[in-house]
Design a protein around this ligand. Sequence first.
Ligand code: GLN
Ligand code: ZN
Length: 767
Amino acid sequence: MASHIVGYPRMGPKRELKFALESFWDKKSSAEDLQKVAADLRSSIWKQMSNAGIKYIPSNTFSYYDQVLDATSMLGAVPPRYGWNGGEIGFDTYFSMARGNASVPAMEMTKWFDTNYHFIVPELGPDVNFSYASHKAVDEYKEAKALGVNTVPVLIGPVSYLLLSKPAKGVEKTFSLLSLLPKILPIYKEVISELKAAGASWIQFDEPTLVLDLDSHKLQAFTAAYDDLESTLSGLNVLIETYFADLTAEAYKTLIGLKGVTAYGLDLVRGAQTLDLVKSNFPKGKYLFAGVVDGRNIWANDLAASFSTLKELEAVVGKENLVVSTSCSLLHTAVDLVNETKLDDEIKSWLAFAAQKVVEVNALAKALAGQKDEAFFSANAAAQASRKSSPRVTNEAVQKAAAALKGSDHRRATNVSARLDAQQKKLNLPILPTTTIGSFPQTLELRRVRREFKANKITEDDYIKAIKEEIKKVVDLQEELDIDVLVHGEPEVSITMQRNDMVEYFGEQLSGFAFTVNGWVQSYGSRCVKPPIIYGDVSRPKPMTVFWSSTAQSMTARPMKGMLTGPVTILNWSFVRNDQPRFETCYQIALAIKDEVEDLEKAGINVIQIDEAALREGLPLRKSEHAFYLKWAVHSFRITNCGVQDTTQIHTHMCYSNFNDIIHSIIDMDADVITIENSRSDEKLLSVFREGVKYGAGIGPGVYDIHSPRIPSTEEIADRINKMLAVLETNILWVNPDCGLKTRKYAEVKPALNNMVAAAKLLRTQL
Ligand code: GLN
Ligand code: ZN
């Protein structure tokens, strides 16, 4: 009877770590205060797992910022610009790498596989002097042991660490990161030896990169690394943990061939072929850590189904060698359902957050050992059944409408250049038209009004009045600045000032969505997001934005952009139901947004922006799955606007600059105008077009970076527009900032937009 948890959220059930970190960074509390909060969180997590009956409890999955940065610290791989002089790495150096300091910016951050978690990317070059510079893994092991919990210390595996790194400045093109393997393994050996000496009997290496598309050279690095570690590891049970997808046949072969390894952790929730691989060949005497409880979602496990999968596996690997586990670290799910006071009981019975998943893992392990908790299993079966049959989940009409979309195609009837002509006749815009992405600064006053309205302290009439006044201010400002296509500023959207707002606003008005009070998931550092839960068929009971957009349009003679979030972004920033394919849910959302688009058009809105900020980030890990995802994602977008007239101009906006690889899908979205984040990578973006990709729709690569308070000058902006004009046709280029302005101050936005408009006007006179 064995159970294991891959990793656990660090933030705490009420984001205790977030508040402790931010207070420490603001110098409102001491390092000791922060350490105390962290130690209390760790101890309560270990005790919770131990009380639940979990046999293999992880340690070193806590982090003050990020587990990859912890590995960088362990290896002493601090980039020289942080001025670290050796010795044990302390908060100063650690948080400087994470967040920057007065003189040096932070290290780069990027997405952890296809999750919404972001890690700090190690920067490695040929000159790094690795040294054992953070004893955190050993300290945490000892700390747990002192509390009476013998844990499995977790390290990022050496090969994944290198594969997730980037070459340092100056050697980008020439340096092979894997060539550093012989330099980092000695540090790993020191750590392993210390863990052994401290009494560890198991060790877990997270090697999630094994699920990616790896060539044989990269696969060989795994073999080489564990060959080298074998003698140091002897005497320990060694678990190699993989997650987020199944393994290719080659990767599986490499994994089970690794020397000195005694256990394999596999994600049995994602990917279809893992079970077959195990059944076809599992090494005798080794352990299988079977990840049947989903760490990426908030749904209660279907215990009966998992139990039968486990029974099948037991027949292959042997009773003694099967360990029940989570599919990946629980870092990617919410913390504890206990704190959800506002969810209704039926929906709650369908859910399991991290704390509940620990209990599920243990219940499955006990059941395998012949001690099935019948009451727990039958309550679970009842909840599964209620979820299947609940009328709040199923909406026949929506199911039918979405099913009818499969296999069909939706496109606007006229091609984009003819549409642009028709739109131009109606809109009569100058060349190089100026616009913004949607949101305007969120003032303190505005936030107060929204808070008071949510708390029922002011009436709806007062609220509407305040929002209208705000819209008027934003409209007047844009007219004064002489911007061509206006926005209403989104004052009704941003509640938490997080990117999720644009999903939450629509989710709250659509059927099939539920919201949590404390369902936070770490995004990076102290930042968390609270994704909505899509539990049922999605429909739109009534218009969502028409009132605000037409109110705004009535204040100006210039075109006012309607502002919507696209279906793919709503999907990718939510917890999605797991009882139907993702594309089906996406199609349902697309149909709801389609209704809204058409209502906006009817209300006289001639320009409608449908944001797909997160389309690129939903791209699956495996290349073999890209085409299918892009096909339904792009199709979903087209569904939203296939029914509008030629004269209605559809805009879309994307945040990620790294979309050269999906440029053909972007073109296939068939929007009339796309605005894209670009400030940090002009060259990269323009190179696609320089290489001859034909682009006939309107395009507005951001002309200045809204993530910085810096005010760009007119010359600087004109210069950048000129660079774009060298590659793109004059008549398709739009002039706009990178992204929404909600995080900026008016003192920055006014002069920046003023210079932006001046630059556009200057160039118009020269063309
Ligand atoms: N329309 C949104 C805004 O301006 C877009 C935000 C985003 O791209 N993340 O805030
Ligand atoms: Zn954006």
